[in-house]
Design a protein around this ligand. Sequence first.
Ligand SMILES: [Zn+2]
Length: 120
Amino acid sequence: MVKDLTEDQKHILLKEGTEPAGTSPLNHEQRIGDYYCIGCDTKLFESKKKYDSGSGWPSFFEALPNVFETKIDNSTGLLRTEYHCKKCRGHHGHIFDDGPKPTGKRYCNNGTCLIFKPKI
Ligand SMILES: [Zn+2]
């Protein structure tokens, strides 16, 4: 980790926590730009891959190639695919199969773990 993280950020990135639904200002972010990992500043998502899933978390139908690794999370009794930043190993969210075309994927990402950098 290269940055000083808040307790909330550490809880999610390092302990696989989840922010309460609907709390991230990034839910409503619609500007053109890119989303970076708060732990290591790796570019993870582009705004053109973001969509409004109605879930209460920032949602993307595709991530940049090769930035995440996944593992199966059975912590709630439901099998879910969880993903981590490859570089800093920070936990970001879960991938679901109910996303829009063309991928059909939904990257359900904690907004707490993202930095949005608008393109000017
Ligand atoms: Zn990272």
